[in-house]
Write a protein that binds this ligand. Structure first.
Ligand code: SF4
Ligand code: SF4
Length: 348
């Protein structure tokens, strides 16, 4: 991977360069949260943030969008236009989440709407420091070596710029005078010191590696699941903010002239009522405990079985935003503590 040095005084010029190349999006503070927004005024950008409300998924699977148009003459897919969207400021966990979405939507069956949006997207990652809700060391997503076009590690007077794709290299090549390949030993020492400091800043670890077995073994123990099911508000916030949650529903809307129909696709959540209702009005998961079981079994057990990693990148959004404190941390810890109890009883 090629690596360059970008001096901080040249950073505004780099941002202007990105603006010339496409629609620039980046982290912006609004009231009590951060979100990736379109940037017209560069002074609104802030990189001193821990997590945005939603991750990168809003660029590839927007909360609601039109997918098909029907009229008397037939039907037509509504594929997004060709346009370059550049997102700057994505953290390693969010880039890992995008890699998970890529596997799902660009695997054997390619989703044409996702594919076009993904092709349109340029990701410029940015280094971060964790807070107490960050769990990415436990999911192995605290560092990233691919899945981005450029990645900036912010050090005292300069950025190390890691090139992850030909699109990224093209950006560098188009303004070579901003970037230097001369990285000396002191620069490297500064980077490794920063890395050590960052690693030492993580406060939370979770035994995610044990979760597939634990969830398998306690699956029928409803008393463990009910403690969460009874509290859950079925609000769907956990899925909306989770950067790897990707379930969607489709809805056909008949336009007022009754001659046209537009099919829309919108994010859905397995924690919402009616998620598992099928034809004949049968509901496979009528209660909240059953729906949470699906959510956590999928994230922390089944996905690991299929892909070798959890469908959780440790971003801490569910920890931050669930209004009643149900999240990967509280659920995993509760299950882990429950099996510690069983061991102690056996020893006696
Ligand atoms: S777990 Fe929390 S965020 Fe998710 S649906 Fe239940 S109350 Fe809402
Ligand atoms: S489950 Fe929670 S911590 Fe894991 S990726 Fe989703 S929102 Fe982030």
């Amino acid at each position: 991977m090629k690596t360059y040095k970008l001096m901080k005084e040249d950073f505004p010029q780099f941002l202007s360069l990105l603006q010339e190349k496409g629609n620039l999006y980046g982290p912006v503070k609004s009231k009590n949260h951060y979100s990736f927004e379109k940037i017209d005024d560069l002074s609104k950008l802030t990189f001193n943030y821990t997590r945005t409300l939603m991750g990168l998924k809003k660029f590839v699977t927007p909360p609601r969008y039109k997918v098909k148009h029907f009229d008397k003459s037939g039907s037509e897919d509504i594929i997004p236009e060709n346009e370059t969207n550049i997102v700057i400021g994505a953290h390693p966990c969010d880039i890992h989440a995008m890699k998970i979405l890529d596997k799902l939507f660009l695997g054997q069956i390619k989703d044409p709407y996702y594919k076009k949006r993904r092709e349109n997207l340029v990701i410029v990652g940015h280094s971060c420091m964790p807070d107490e809700n960050c769990l990415c060391t436990s999911t192995g997503t605290d560092m990233v070596s691919d899945g981005f076009d450029l990645f900036l590690t912010e050090l005292q007077d300069f950025y190390l710029v890691w090139v992850g794709s030909s699109k990224g290299l093209f950006i560098i090549m188009s303004s070579e005078d901003l970037f230097s390949e001369k990285i000396d030993m002191c620069d490297i020492a500064e980077y490794t010191t920063w890395q050590e400091n960052r690693q030492n800043s993580f406060k939370t670890t979770i035994p995610f590696h044990l979760m597939p077995d634990i969830i398998h073994l306690i699956y029928e123990k409803d008393e463990l699941w009910n403690q969460f099911g009874e509290k859950c508000l079925s609000c769907g916030t956990c899925s909306l903010v989770c950067p790897t949650c990707n379930c969607f529903n489709v809805e056909d809307k008949i336009l007022i002239n009754a001659d046209e129909v537009v099919r829309e696709r919108m994010l859905d959540s397995c924690t919402l009522p009616y998620y598992s209702v099928v034809a004949g009005d049968h509901d496979f998961r009528p209660d909240r405990t059953k729906r949470l079981k699906l959510y956590y079994t999928h994230k922390l057990k089944e996905y690991i079985g299929k892909w070798g990693q959890p469908a959780c990148v440790g971003c801490g959004r569910c920890v931050t935003y669930c209004p009643v404190g149900i999240n990967v941390k509280t659920v995993s810890n509760a299950f882990y503590e429950a099996i510690q109890c069983v061991r102690e009883v056996k020893k006696i």
